[in-house]
Design a protein around this ligand. Structure first.
Ligand code: TLP
Length: 343
């Protein structure tokens, strides 16, 4: 059965054009720096994000981890939102593998951190305290509803951090969604940060991989850390070939997913018992009211029976994510399936 898979944009399979480019990719040993396709992807990623250099990594989690370890030493502190992916869903890697302490600040509903909170969190120069070294931002913000941060906000945090000697890392897993939603060049969002990680394998449809970008010096450090983490890949050009198409072409169509997210939200809102948030990008978050006699898990099972896979995020909550493989007919079918499942 072909499911309408709304669990995440990580489920996207490569496009036929990607598969062809992968089959034909020129490759070499990337640990020797000799894979021309990886080198091309890294240069392109650096150029798009306005950074000096890029590093192809196997996942967003590895990119964020390598970034934090390159910015921070053992016992240093990273300031992060309490709903950040780096804090919630990356297996505590920064503390387990890097000895990096984290200070969690409340994310506001739009995914931002209040500057006053950041200011209060920065440690004094006192031997009792860890050294505040890094602020991590996330754009778009996954657990805050796929919300996007503006260039003004990002610039403000970066200016504030730099004045106090801290660096800024951007978890930009979906930063191209954030730029598409605002109709702006992605550089406006990545420029203020010292480093940025973005994913090729989410809405951009590549099968594997993310790119970490920053200064030459930062990427040199991250390169060694990637090796230490076991992330030195060999003929990775096979994967990078799909990444190049992701960056050059798939970044241009993300507004379509955002429009479908709005249509899906509008349709679901008509169904009694569902409380549906207003999507900012490609994610729809919804709650199931008490009038519906099923939990989210039970509803997910009923939806699956009707050909729809939905992401359960709480006992009565769902996250639905739009992507390249969901067309208008898929949106209509999902609305119909929800209507039937709640009855
Ligand atoms: N997010 C996944 C799950 O892990 C929740 C998803 O389905 O959305 N940063 C952000 C903001 C992310 O949303 C994710 C993945 C990552 C980093 C990690 O990327 P991967 O899965 O490539 O390690």
């Amino acid at each position: 059965m072909e499911y309408i898979d709304l669990r995440s944009d990580t489920v996207t399979k490569p496009t036929p054009e990607m598969r062809e480019a992968m089959a034909k990719a020129e490759v070499g040993d990337d640990v020797y720096g000799e894979d021309p396709t990886v080198n091309r992807l890294q240069a392109l990623a650096a150029e798009k994000t306005g950074k000096e250099a890029g590093l192809f990594v196997s996942s967003g989690t590895m990119g964020n981890l390598a970034a934090v370890l390159a910015h921070c030493g053992r016992g240093d502190e990273v300031i992060v939102g309490n709903k950040a992916h780096t804090f919630l869903f990356e297996a505590g890697g920064v503390s387990a593998l890097g000895g990096v302490h984290s200070c969690q600040l409340p994310n506001r509903p739009d995914g931002s951190l209040a500057l006053e909170d950041v200011e209060a969190a920065i440690r004094p120069d006192d031997p009792h305290d860890p050294i505040s070294r890094l602020i991590c931002l996330e754009n778009t913000h996954n657990r805050c509803g796929g919300t996007f941060q503006t260039p003004e906000y990002t610039g403000q945090v970066a200016e504030f951090a730099h004045e106090r000697g801290l660096a800024v890392h951007l978890d930009g897993a979906r930063v191209f969604n954030a730029s598409a939603a605002q109709g702006i060049d992605v550089k406006k969002l990545t420029g203020p940060a010292d480093s940025v990680m973005f994913c090729l394998s989410k809405g951009l449809c590549a099968p594997v991989g993310s790119v970490l970008c920053g200064s030459q010096e930062f990427i040199k450090k991250a390169h060694r850390i990637r090796k230490m983490l076991g992330g030195g890949m060999r003929q990775a050009g096979i994967l990078a070939a799909a990444g190049i198409i992701a960056l050059e072409k798939m970044t241009l169509r993300l507004a379509e997913d955002h429009a479908r997210a709005k249509n899906l939200a509008d349709g679901l809102r008509q169904i009694p018992g569902l409380e549906v948030g207003e999507p900012a990008t490609n994610m729809v978050f919804l709650s199931v009211g008490e009038s519906v006699p099923y939990s989210a898990q039970e509803l997910a099972a009923r939806l699956k029976g009707n050909g729809v896979l939905a992401g359960v995020t709480g006992s009565r909550q769902f996250r639905l994510v739009l992507h390249y493989w969901i067309d208008d007919a898929g949106v209509e079918a999902a609305i119909k399936a929800f209507g039937e499942a709640v009855r």
